[in-house]
Design a protein around this ligand. Structure first.
Ligand code: GLU
Length: 490
């Protein structure tokens, strides 16, 4: 059986878009599900579109999601180099092979002529706007004279004049195009750089790529690649085009739909493993109804047959659900490590608070893990910690808890003294103190807990109850806040 080899071939032109990462993931999974080889190839021949730092983002992203490539710029294999600009010298000789075999030709048309041609075609309402094949008919002598004179040239692919080209896509089935709709595309530009359309074929063949996986926006270009493979006499790879990713409104995913790059999602508090799990389901469905998969589980279960044609829908709420599932499954220590940056930011220069939070990892995990859909929510959930928010005394009145302004005032006043005298400020002792007090006064627990929690947090809702809030705040701050509440209730 042929070795399965796939490649992720990003161009370093900016952020890692979700669509690109989904493509990378499917390429990785197509390879790994068949014990194949996954390659990283950097497509940087379009020098104008390069963005500084984009390359580093590609490496960081793949590393952070755990998609390890077997060959790549920093992982030598026998098909290197794996950066197209470093393969610069390889493309022109390949194109010249095609000139020699009659599948390509030199074109000396100037930019001005091409611009004029375009505008004339547009004005005339022509259905085909493309190169008019002028140089296709130059005589051998004319070509040689121009080359000898050093006239700048490009090399173009000679498309068949008639007939049609059909190829098989593993997802979309047979795709056919009429050859007269195909432009004699440029293969090598006047600066000697290959076009993407040429380089991808040369490199995919040189790197023995068995499965070409990419977004379905490439469905219509693929006949050109198929014709190039034929012209070279190379064996075709298998083609796997992936469905579009749309927003919930059915439109192509864009900024409008919120975070669209991996980096933005991570900054917004999503976990890499949740993003990967969710992306795997954008265009693929498992045989079972199971939805949660680690990357290695995906490697076991993934199959090409279950890739869908219909556009996938990127639903940020669904991603939040996945994220919450991963958050809840973290160990206490891992969870604390994840929220540490948000906690530190929250504490600012309040060193004492920060130190206390470090000693309350179990408590924090217990009250936060079930309540977070993204990690950054920690900041709003614990907003009451660094300083007491402004609040209205109306908060003390709670129908279900049966609290009134008067009952709240009485409870706070009584407990103020008892709390001052409590020997240790632990969860158990604070809990027992309040429960005993409620029993003694024949009050429902809520009548005691609610006013304390409101006084401590100033918030309608906070993660955990009165006891947790007091522990996180510490004795001194808690007592001060009860004092503030009593002032307000005077
Ligand atoms: N460099 C292309 C891109 O970033 C790769 C397309 C392909 O997979 O062939 O869109």
């Amino acid at each position: 059986m042929q070795e399965v080899r796939t490649r992720f071939a990003p161009s370093p032109t900016g952020f890692m878009h979700i669509g690109n990462l989904r493509t990378a993931l499917f390429e990785y999974l197509v390879a790994k599900a068949q014990h194949g080889t996954f390659i990283l190839r950097i497509e940087d021949t379009d020098q104008k579109r390069q963005v500084e730092g984009a390359l580093a983002k590609i490496y960081q992203t793949l590393a952070s999601v755990g998609m390890t490539y077997d060959e790549g710029p920093d992982k030598p294999g026998d098909c290197g180099p794996y950066v197209q600009s470093e393969r610069f010298g390889m493309y022109l000789p390949e194109a010249l092979k095609l000139v020699k075999s009659g599948h390509a030709y030199y074109c000396f048309c100037t930019e001005e002529r091409l611009a004029q041609l375009h505008s004339d075609l547009e004005k005339s309402g022509a259905s085909f706007i493309g190169y008019d094949r002028y140089c296709r008919n130059l005589s051998r002598e004319e070509v040689e004279a121009k080359l000898a004179a050093g006239t700048p040239f490009v090399i173009r692919q000679k498309m068949p004049d008639s007939g049609e080209t059909t190829y098989h896509d593993e997802v979309y089935g047979d795709i056919t195009v009429q050859n007269n709709t195909l432009e004699d595309q440029v293969l090598v530009k006047s600066d000697g750089y290959p076009t993407y359309n040429f380089a991808n074929v040369v490199d995919d063949h040189a790197m023995r790529i068995s499965h070409v996986v990419r977004g379905c926006e490439y469905l219509s270009s693929t006949p050109k690649y198929v014709l190039l493979y034929e012209a070279f006499g190379y064996e075709q790879p298998k083609y796997i085009h992936l469905p579009l990713i749309n927003g919930k409104d059915g439109k192509k995913l864009s900024k409008r739909h919120g975070a669209t790059s991996y980096e933005e999602l991570i900054n917004a508090g999503y976990l890499p493993e949740a993003v990967i799990n969710y992306l795997a389901l954008l265009g693929w469905s498992p045989a079972s109804t199971e939805e949660l998969f680690t990357l290695s589980e995906l490697e076991q279960q993934f199959d090409i047959a279950h890739i869908a044609k219909a556009p996938a829908v990127f639903d940020i709420e669904k991603l939040q659900w996945f994220n919450s599932q991963y958050i809840i499954r973290k160990s206490t220590a891992d969870f604390f490590r994840l929220i540490e940056p948000a906690l530190q930011e929250l504490c600012g220069d309040k060193q004492e608070l920060w130190q206390r939070l470090q000693t309350q990892q179990d408590l924090l995990a217990r009250i936060l893990q079930p309540r977070l859909s993204v990690l950054t929510e920690v900041r709003e959930k614990l907003a009451f910690l660094p300083s007491l928010p402004e609040y209205s005394t109306d908060l003390f009145v709670h129908k279900k808890m049966k609290t009134t302004l008067e009952s709240a005032k009485a409870v706070l006043a009584d407990l103020q003294t008892e709390l001052k005298n409590l020997p240790s400020w632990t969860e158990t002792d604070l809990h027992d103190l309040m429960i005993n007090y409620a029993q003694k006064r024949e009050l429902k627990n809520g009548m005691v807990m609610w006013p304390i929690r409101v006084a401590a947090t100033g918030m309608q809702v906070s993660p955990g109850g009165a006891v947790e809030a007091l522990v996180l705040l510490g004795r001194e701050e808690s007592l001060q806040r009860i004092e503030v509440a009593l002032e307000k209730l005077k």
